[in-house]
Design a protein around this ligand. Structure first.
Ligand code: NIG
Ligand code: FE
Length: 418
């Protein structure tokens, strides 16, 4: 393994001696940095850092790669705690239909939406699905993502769900970045069970879950709690069934309507609740008494023209907030967290400090990776990126839709698409 020394770093961003698991309310407005800094990595982890005024005396230069970062910033890589990057094909036809006036719901009712992706996925071989997904995996790493959660949910059959989770496992086994797998069999009710939702729930609980647990394919279990998908009661049943196999809950909650997903998720001790467009004041009170991470998916709200979730209100109420991409073919066909940072600031009124905390420390918490990623901390993975020459960290959200990352490192090595 190479030893790496970054020197003359204009600003080393998100430096934490003792990294907190999450940041809530006012804590989110602090972003500790060191100007004119150095950082050392060895065997894929961060081993030390400091100010250039106290540059370490190096006696052993053998095998040491030195990078001069003059004029450039170094960030811990983004943690993307909500994605669906394993899917087959695309849905740009539905995009055009929506522009012409059809709603997401109307498209779904016509057999489009998630069921459209499921049909395609079940016709695609595991190897082909892997090839398509690998391309997106590389793409997001190059965009600065250094840890990712990936969901199943386009199989909606025992074989289809296993196929997706096996592809996620193959991506994880590359060991490029930490990958967490989420079983989302309850993403929609497949056509064959159109008039027998309970039959499908039984299939999830009695057949999918045991098969997934046997192959140890999932870390989390998720449910799309929404009108026309799964009710709060059904969500609870499914999360509790997953819990028996050691899977921690996550919930797609209050996205298109208020469906009591937040309340249910908190009751089931879910690690995160995601989307939250229709989150109300009572939900904020419920979240205050929980360890569940409210997670905003600005790409989906933007792409579907949904009302904005009350992120500002949540932070002002003392809650933590994470932001993630929701990269998927239907509601957010982008995994670019640089753009998510701009949306967090411009649309949701987060300060750059709050926004950066929301895509690093807080999103790492939302996938149980607080010990591994999310900050520049000794012992954490050396997953970071070096920016182009820029003035300050605010320049990233400010320069919306521009790309300011010069190079990406994973496990202390330069990532170049291999
Ligand atoms: O997170 N909300 C449900 N699931 C996805 C959309 C999936 C799709 O349309 O394919 C989401 O937005
Ligand atoms: Fe999603």
């Amino acid at each position: 393994m190479t030893k790496l020394l970054l020197k003359n770093i204009k600003t080393l961003v998100q430096v934490r001696k003792n990294a907190p698991a999450k940041l809530s309310g006012k804590e989110m407005s602090e972003l500790p940095c060191i100007d004119n800094a150095w950082m050392a990595c060895e065997d894929g982890v961060i081993v030390d850092f400091g100010s250039m005024d106290d540059f370490p005396g190096i006696t052993d230069w053998k095998g040491l790669e030195v990078i001069d970062c003059s004029g450039k910033l170094v960030f811990p890589s983004y943690a993307d705690s909500h994605t669906h990057i394993v899917y087959a094909g695309n849905r740009e036809g539905e995009f055009a239909d929506r522009i012409k006036g059809l709603s997401y719901e109307e498209i779904a009712n016509k057999g489009g939406g998630i069921l459209n992706s499921a049909e395609l996925l079940n016709k695609t071989s595991e190897d082909e699905l892997y090839v398509q997904s690998l391309q997106r995996f590389k793409e997001v790493i190059e965009l600065g993502t250094g840890a990712i959660e990936i969901k199943s949910g386009y199989g909606l059959s025992v074989e289809g769900e296993l196929k997706m989770l096996r592809v996620i496992k193959r991506l994880k086994d590359l060991n490029w970045i930490p990958v967490k797998a989420t079983f989302l069999g309850a993403h929609a009710v497949p056509k064959q069970f159109k008039d027998n939702k309970q039959g499908y729930i039984d299939l999830i609980i009695n057949q999918m879950l045991p098969a997934i647990a046997k192959e140890k394919l999932a870390d989390f279990i998720d449910v799309f709690c929404e009108k026309g998908y799964f009710t709060a009661e059904e969500t609870k049943l499914i999360l509790e069934a997953g819990f028996k196999y050691g899977l921690v809950g996550k919930v797609h909650a209050e996205q298109m309507s208020h469906s009591s997903g937040i309340k249910t998720a908190v009751e089931c001790k879910a690690i995160s609740v995601d989307h939250l467009e229709f989150c109300n004041d009572a939900d904020i009170e419920i979240l205050k008494k929980s360890d569940t991470m409210p997670t905003i998916l600005p790409g989906a709200a933007f792409f579907l023209n949904l009302p904005l979730p009350p992120a500002r209100k949540m932070i002002d109420a003392g809650l933590p907030v994470a932001f993630a991409s929701d990269y998927n073919p239907g509601s957010s066909p982008s995994g670019n967290l640089n753009f998510a940072l701009s949306m967090a600031c411009v649309q949701y009124r987060l300060t750059p400090e709050e926004a950066i905390n929301s895509v690093t420390i807080n999103s790492a918490y939302a996938m149980n990776l607080s010990d591994e990623v999310g900050s520049i901390t000794v012992g954490k993975r050396a997953n970071f990126f070096i920016t182009k020459s820029i003035n300050s960290y605010s320049f990233i959200p400010y320069s919306f839709a521009n790309f300011l990352i010069e190079s990406v490192y994973t496990n202390g090595m330069k990532f170049n698409s291999r």
